[in-house]
Write a protein that binds this ligand. Structure first.
Ligand code: V0D
Length: 260
C-alpha cells in the first residue's frame, strides 16, 4: 500500500525546497535551459545493472525536470537525448533508446497536454525509426496548441552537421537570388539553424562530471552560462536544478546582466 502511494504521484517539494523555489521566482529566471543528460550508463554500472536500466531511470528524471522547469517559469527546456554519434553504440542499446520516446509519451503525454507543455524536437528526423518518429510527431501535434513550457528534445542532433547544413542552405538561397550575400549577419544565419524559432540557451547544464560540449549547440551556446555537476543524470533531482538556477542568478547579479 505504501509502495502504491509512492508510485502513484510524486510528492510535493519539501518546504526548504519550496522556499528556494519562491526565492528563485523573484529574480531573473533563465528563459532557455539546455541539459546534456549524461551518466545513465555509469549509474547502472554502479548498481551492476544493464545500461538500459540507467536510460530507463533517466527517462523518469526527464519527466520530473520538465515539471519543475514549468513550475519555475522556464520557457524552453532543451534536452540532449541522442547525438548523431550515439548510433555507434551496440545495436541492442540503440534499439532500446529508440523505444523510450514512445514509452515516455505513452505514460506522460496526457500530463504534458494538461500542463500546457509544447513538445518540440531538433535533430535529423530522417534516420529515426518510423515508430519513434511517429510517437514524437503525434506529441508535437497534440501539444501544438499549448503555449507553456517548450520541451525541446535534441534527438539525432549534431551541431557541426547543423551548421554545415545551414551554410549549404545559405549558399543555395544566394545562388537562387532569395538572399544577397551582403545581408548575411549573425541573426540571419541563426534563422537557418534548427533552433531558428528559439532564443539561445541562457544556462547549459551537463551532468556526470564531463566538462565538454560533445558537439551540442556550438553556435547557440556562444554567450551561455555553463553549470557542470558530478551528479549522474538518473540522480538529478529538484534540488540540483534549483542549485543550478541559483548559481545562474548569482552570476547575473555579479555581472549586472551585462552580456557580450
Ligand atoms: C535516454 C536520459 C525521453 C538520456 C533520458 C531516443 C538517454 C532518457 C525521451 C524522449 C531518452 C524523446 C522524445 C520525446 C519524448 C521523450 C528520450 C531518448 C533517450 C533517445 F518526444 N527520454 N529519452 N529519448 N533517455
Amino acid at each position: 500500500m505504501l509502495n502504491r502511494i509512492k508510485l502513484w504521484k510524486k510528492p510535493n517539494p519539501s518546504s526548504p525546497l519550496r522556499d528556494r523555489i519562491e526565492q528563485i521566482k523573484k529574480a531573473a529566471i533563465p528563459e532557455h535551459v539546455a541539459i546534456i543528460m549524461d551518466g545513465n550508463g555509469r549509474w547502472a554500472k554502479k548498481r551492476a545493472l544493464p545500461r538500459i536500466a540507467g536510460h530507463h531511470e533517466g527517462m523518469k528524471v526527464v519527466r520530473n525536470t520538465t515539471k519543475l522547469a514549468n513550475q519555475l517559469g522556464i520557457k524552453v527546456l532543451t534536452l540532449y537525448a541522442f547525438s548523431t554519434e550515439n548510433w555507434k553504440r551496440p545495436k541492442m542499446e540503440v534499439d532500446y533508446l529508440m523505444k523510450l520516446p514512445e514509452e515516455f509519451l505513452g505514460t506522460f503525454l496526457p500530463e504534458l497536454v494538461e500542463e500546457n507543455v509544447q513538445v518540440k524536437m531538433i535533430g535529423y528526423k530522417d534516420q529515426l525509426p518510423l515508430h519513434t518518429l511517429h510517437a514524437i510527431e503525434k506529441a508535437i501535434e497534440d501539444t501544438k496548441g499549448n503555449d507553456g513550457l517548450i520541451l525541446n528534445f535534441a534527438l539525432n542532433y549534431g551541431s557541426r552537421a547543423e551548421i554545415i547544413d545551414a551554410v549549404k542552405h545559405v549558399l543555395k538561397d544566394c545562388k537562387s537570388g532569395i538572399m544577397n550575400e551582403s545581408e548575411l549577419d549573425e541573426s540571419l544565419f541563426s534563422s537557418y539553424l534548427m533552433t531558428s524559432k528559439l532564443a539561445d540557451p541562457d544556462l547549459l547544464i551537463r551532468t556526470s562530471g564531463e566538462i565538454r560540449l560533445s558537439n551540442f549547440m556550438l553556435w547557440q551556446l556562444a554567450y551561455t552560462e555553463f553549470w557542470f555537476t558530478e551528479v549522474l543524470w538518473p540522480d538529478f533531482s529538484d534540488e540540483h536544478l534549483i542549485e543550478a538556477v541559483e548559481a545562474f542568478q548569482k552570476r547575473q547579479r555579479r555581472f549586472g546582466g551585462v552580456k557580450g
